[in-house]
Design a protein around this ligand. Structure first.
Ligand SMILES: Nc1ncnc2c1ncn2[C@@H]1O[C@H](COP(=O)(O)OP(=O)(O)O)[C@@H](O)[C@H]1O
Ligand SMILES: [Mg+2]
Length: 451
């Protein structure tokens, strides 16, 4: 886009923090920490992060729908108070009103802005035409396919002719072909300079989507959500998926997203220097990736069959027909347990990982136990706690509370469930659901013998 236009800052986020109260009402859960970024005129900006990293929360704050706990958002240099009417939103779940027709859904926002009836009608018809829904004006949402519903979602945003269009994972509820189609059409409109807004901000967890659509990709880290850096997509538009640079950028971003320690740089070809890892005091503060042991070993078995036990992550995701979001937790788990290493978009099994993927069940349990005790501090800590108890057992609540100091209730429960899955497989401890207690395995055996 035009160079001088690209310097106009439409929206600026300055040191934004967001905290939500934890269920106990006393403590707070930090979702976003110290986030600063700008949206410039003439650019497509992607906000890329894993699920739960606070992308939707950030987008809502930037649109003025919810206030930050700290920091501020400026729209054309002026602090935002309430909803920003220069911004329109497209949501993942379409958010259409089922009792209104396509035309009425599209007109809704204009009505709220006090636009007269005839003008509303004209503008809505034009927007409906742009998204290719000509002829469906009087259809109701339930009569439309998912892809068509999202076209209405786009028309409803387009009709407002917003300065910036915000999209929250707009293609992720659609099947692969439909989303591919719609994504391509949105990109075509933008490249043809027919797009009804000056800039686009898209939230996504899909790396290829970000590299395909965006001029600039901002990478969010998790727990709490923070900006790790940005990668400039230095490709001519439209971005060609077959361009070697496209693959290099995707590989680089995969590597960054599978290694929280890597410092993000836009010098994609350079070697990355891992930053010193900050050590958190409590083992319960470090989130376990939510995957079952079966998922980890299944993945390792797939990789071990590849030449040199190495696989290209985007290709692996493709073979498994998995979205990034579904593959990354398994990779994280494999790396955490020391079974795999990730570098430059490749995953490579370590010697122990290869052993684990090919040996007998009995020995793989031993390997898993050994790796879990040495690499996963929270499992080690649970075992230590149980060993200190005279009856080698402890109420599950006790552990849930420890997680609850760092995560909201729901996430604390998921952490517990994952730890129990791993701990049980490794025969480190057992969980008795009826008594809601964890105990060391030998205790149960002794009790059984006594009976
Ligand atoms: N209104 C809320 N109250 C409490 N927690 C919330 C609220 N909204 C979001 N969260 C929490 O904030 C975190 C980030 O959520 P979200 O912004 O939806 O992430 P993303 O869009 O990246 O998946 C999640 O842990 C979620 O549970
Ligand atoms: Mg979201």
């Amino acid at each position: 886009m035009v160079a001088n236009m690209a310097q106009d800052i439409l929206i600026a986020v300055e040191n934004v923090h967001k905290r939500f109260p934890l269920p106990d009402g006393k403590e707070e859960f930090t979702v976003l920490k110290g986030v600063s970024l700008t949206v410039k005129a003439g650019e497509v900006l992607a906000l890329l992060g894993r699920s739960g990293s606070g992308k939707s929360t950030l987008l809502r704050i930037m649109a003025g729908l919810i206030p930050p706990s700290q920091g501020r958002v400026l729209s054309e240099g002026k602090p935002l108070r309430g909803a920003n009417d220069k911004v329109a939103m497209v949501f993942q779940n379409f958010a259409l009103l089922p009792w209104l027709t396509v035309q009425e859904n599209v007109e809704l926002g204009l009505e709220a802005r006090g636009i007269r009836r005839e003008q509303r009608r004209q503008r809505a018809l034009k927007a409906i035409d742009i998204v290719g829904l000509d002829g469906f004006e009087s259809a109701y949402p339930k009569e439309l396919s998912g892809g068509m519903k999202q076209r209405v979602g786009f028309a409803r945003a387009f009709v407002l002719e917003p300065q910036a269009l915000f999209m929250d994972e707009p293609f992720s509820a659609l099947d692969v072909l439909t989303s591919e189609n719609l994504r391509g059409e949105i990109d075509d409109l933008w490249n043809a300079k027919m797009f009804p807004s000056q800039s686009i901000l898209i939230v996504t967890h899909n790396i290829e989507e970000a590299v395909f659509l965006a001029d600039r990709v901002i990478i969010l880290g998790s727990n709490p959500g923070h900006i790790r850096g940005e990668v400039v997509i230095d490709l001519p538009r439209p971005h060609d998926r077959n361009h070697p640079r496209f693959a290099a950028l995707v590989d680089y971003i995969y590597t960054v997203m599978t290694n929280p320690e890597i410092k993000v740089t836009s010098q994609v070809s350079t070697q990355y220097e891992p930053e010193t890892i900050s050590v958190t005091s409590s083992p319960y503060a470090k989130a376990l990736p939510h995957v079952r042991v079966g998922g980890i070993s299944g993945l390792l078995e797939l990789i071990v069959d590849q030449p040199k036990g190495t696989d290209d992550i985007p290709r692996l995701a493709d073979r498994l027909q998995l979205a990034v979001d579904d593959l990354l937790p398994s990779l994280d788990a494999a790396v955490l347990l020391g079974f795999a290493e990730v570098a430059q978009g490749d995953v490579r099994l370590t010697e122990i990982g290869q052993d684990f993927a090919t040996t007998t069940i009995l020995r793989s349990k031993d390997l898993f136990r050994q790796q879990a005790l040495t690499h996963v501090s929270v499992l080690n800590s649970i075992v230590q706690t149980l060993r200190e108890k005279r009856n080698s057992s402890m109420r599950a609540d006790f552990f849930l509370d420890l997680w609850g100091e760092h995560f909201p209730q729901e996430e604390a429960e998921r952490q517990f469930a994952t730890a129990v899955d791993w701990g049980r497989y490794a025969e480190l401890f057992e969980y008795d659901a009826s008594e809601d207690r964890l105990y060391l395995p030998e205790v149960k055996t002794e009790t059984l013998v006594e009976c």
